[in-house]
Structure formats: structure tokens, C-alpha cells
Design a protein around this ligand. Structure first.
Ligand code: PMP
Length: 362
């Protein structure tokens, strides 16, 4: 079987050139006579890999020197705990916005360590939009302000970042990091699990302003203290060596593709085509109606009945368009169109959708 267009929300497609390079280097990485998986993380060769990953990420995201870049484990889910453990420094209060299933998990985890004020929520609207924010509700003494920039399950995105003044803005960017140009200096901390736009699962990227590090709660386990991780170059213990290596190849790919700006333009074009096809049809519907809230990474859509949805998914699969099932909490379909999804994949999906509609619309 040839390669399919995989619309999975994560782990997701990786660029083919990256996979080919990894395959070429599998048995003998640069004359070392071994694969990256078999190599000591303390070797010079591996040090070059992890340092190269950091340098390239800094370059493509324009990350200033007053930020640490960490490669950690435990997924974005562990950051739900690490963020409060490390950032509850003074008031032990934080503002959160509840925009979906992942935001809810972040909120419930943070509540274990301090006071969480949920200052806005779109739960009563099934998380189908980003809620309006009332800056009057932002607490000035909050230690941080947490948002989930892109809501993977619901398909929404923050297009306007909240203006939090002196309060550091913390973002779970798991599903839209590297998808568009972004000013890192607007954030105190950014975290992202790798398995969408970065690489294989197993590594989590944390970008944190240096002044926010070093005041973790006393109960913080050593491994979960950003300071310990920063002081040890993300190698306090054995890092997820192979995942970091693939992430490095992906960062190099982003650069070779023209950088985040060019990738972002391509992503917007892909998403515009898909939303246009959905909006132009009476058969498909986008649950995220407000264009301002629409994610360009995760595009949920529904069909008129569950039976038609099942039929659509099964026929799509036969056409090489796979993992289009919506999250079990939302239903319907979802096309995740991360950086590595080529425009041809989106075009093929749209053609398939049109054909399916022609055959099945009453
Ligand atoms: N946050 C968001 C926005 C996500 O999409 C996900 C997972 N897909 C997570 C957090 C949890 O990530 P992980 O599985 O890496 O813990």
C-alpha cells in the first residue's frame, strides 16, 4: 500500500522527506556505526543533535535569549501540572479560559496546587467558539494566565490573544505551534506535545521566560522543576533521544520550506479551501460557525446522519483518506491538516467530499 493522506489529530503525518532521511540514517548515523536510538545521550554526536534541535527551533520561531527551550517528557498533559508547580510563585492564583476538553484538564490539574479562576468559558456552547473576554475579570495579582491557543478536539483557535499586561501569558500550543508566525515575547511560557507539528510523541517542547524559572513550589518533584531541566540542558535524565532527533529534522524541514511564515501561508490556504467547500454545501456543516474562532489545523464537520458519517468514513478510507473520524466527545468528522499535510491531501479530500455529496445528498 502506498502512503495515505492521514488526517489524524495526533500522532499525525510527518513530512516524507524527514521520514526518508531518518530511514537513510537509521543503521549508521553519520558514520557512527549505530542508530540514534542506540547512542549515548552523553556522546558528542548526540549533543550535536539536541543542541541543533534547539538552535533550529530558536531560529524558526525567533525565540530570544531570555527564554529557555526545554525538551521534556510526559506530554502536554504533564505540563498541566508543571505549569502550576513552577509558576505559582506569589499569589498562587491563576486565570484560565475554558475553551475545551484539554483546557478543562489543565484547569482541574492546576486546582490541585492553587486557586484557579475560570474567567471565561464556552462550555455552554459546546465549545464551538472562543468566548468573549472581559478584561475587567482578569486578576492583576494572578501568577499567570492560561489559554489553549488551539483546541484540537473542537477546532477553535484564539485569533486575538488576551492582553494580560504584567501577568505572564501561558499557552498550550500543542496543536498549533509552528503553524503560523508568532511573537514569542507575548508569552511567559509556551508548551506543546510534539505529535502534531513537531515530531513523534515522547517529547514536549517548553519555551519559558527565564525570569519565571527558579521559584517552583517546594513539593515540586526534581524532574518537574524547569530550573533543574534548564540547568541540565534537558538532560537531567535520559531524554527521549530519538523523538528529539526527528524533531530536529522537522525543524530543518520547516526552515527549508521557507520558514514558519511560508508554512503559515500554505496552512491558511489549505484551511480556506476546506472551509469554503464545507460552507458552500448544504450537506456538510461546520460546528464552528464563527470564522473568527475557526482553527486552521483541526477542521470538524458533520454530515446529515450518523449512517452517512459511517459510510463517508469507510469510503474515504478506501480512497486513501484516513483518520477522519471526529473525537468521540464531539462526533462527526474532523480533518486535522497540520504542517505536514500537503495541499494535495486537502484537495483530494475536497474532491472526495463533493463526489460523496453528489451521490448521497437527497
Ligand atoms: N493539549 C492539547 C491542545 C492537545 O491537543 C493534546 C493532545 N492531543 C494535549 C494537550 C495532551 O497531549 P499529550 O497527549 O501530549 O499529553
Amino acid at each position: 500500500m502506498g502512503r495515505v493522506f492521514n488526517f489524524s489529530a495526533g500522532p499525525a503525518m510527518l513530512p516524507e522527506t524527514v521520514l526518508k532521511k531518518a530511514a537513510e540514517e537509521m543503521l549508521d548515523y553519520k558514520g557512527s556505526g549505530m542508530s540514534v536510538m542506540e547512542m549515548s545521550h552523553r556522546s558528542k554526536t548526540y549533543e550535536e543533535i539536541i543542541n541543533g534541535a534547539e538552535a533550529t527551533l530558536r531560529e524558526i520561531m525567533n525565540i530570544p535569549d531570555n527564554y529557555h527551550v526545554l525538551f521534556l517528557q510526559g506530554g502536554a498533559s504533564l505540563q498541566f501540572a508543571m505549569v502550576p508547580l513552577n509558576l505559582f510563585r506569589k499569589s498562587k492564583k491563576a486565570d484560565y479560559i475554558n475553551t475545551g476538553s484539554w483546557a478543562k484538564k489543565a484547569i482541574s490539574e492546576a486546582k490541585k496546587y492553587g486557586t484557579v479562576n475560570v474567567i471565561a468559558s464556552s462550555e455552554e456552547k459546546n465549545f464551538s467558539e472562543i468566548p468573549a473576554l472581559d478584561p475587567g475579570k482578569f486578576s492583576k495579582e494572578a501568577d499567570y494566565f492560561h489559554i489553549t491557543t488551539n483546541n484540537t478536539i473542537e477546532g477553535t483557535v484564539f485569533n486575538d490573544l488576551p492582553k494580560t499586561g504584567e501577568v505572564p501569558l501561558v499557552a498550550d500550543m500543542s496543536s498549533n505551534i509552528l503553524s503560523e508566525e508568532l511573537d514569542v515575547t507575548k508569552f511567559g511560557l509556551i508548551y506543546a506535545g510534539a505529535q502534531k507539528n513537531i515530531g513523534p510523541a515522547g517529547v514536549t517542547v517548553v519555551i519559558v521566560r527565564k525570569d519565571l524559572v527558579g521559584q517552583a513550589l517546594p513539593i515540586t518533584p526534581t524532574m518537574l522543576d524547569y530550573k533543574v531541566q534548564a540547568e541540565n540542558g534537558s538532560m537531567y535524565n535520559t531524554p527521549p533521544c530519538y523523538s528529539v532527533y526527528i524533531a530536529k529534522l522537522v525543524f530543518e524541514w520547516v526552515k527549508a520550506e521557507g520558514g514558519v511564515k511560508a508554512i503559515g501561508e500554505r496552512n491558511r490556504m489549505k484551511a480556506d479551501l476546506l472551509y469554503k467547500a464545507i460552507d458552500g454545501s448544504k450537506f456538510y456543516k461546520a460546528p464552528v460557525a464563527n470564522p473568527k474562532s475557526r482553527s486552521i489545523m483541526n477542521v470538524p464537520f458533520t454530515l446529515p446522519t450518523d449512517e452517512l458519517t459511517e459510510q463517508f468514513l469507510s469510503e474515504a478510507k478506501k480512497a486513501g483518506l484516513v483518520t477522519l473520524k471526529g473525537h468521540r466527545s464531539v462526533g462527526g468528522c474532523r480533518a486535522s491538516i497540520y504542517n505536514a499535510m500537503p495541499p494535495e491531501g486537502v484537495k483530494k479530500l475536497i474532491e472526495f467530499m463533493k463526489e460523496f455529496e453528489k451521490k448521497n445528498a437527497k
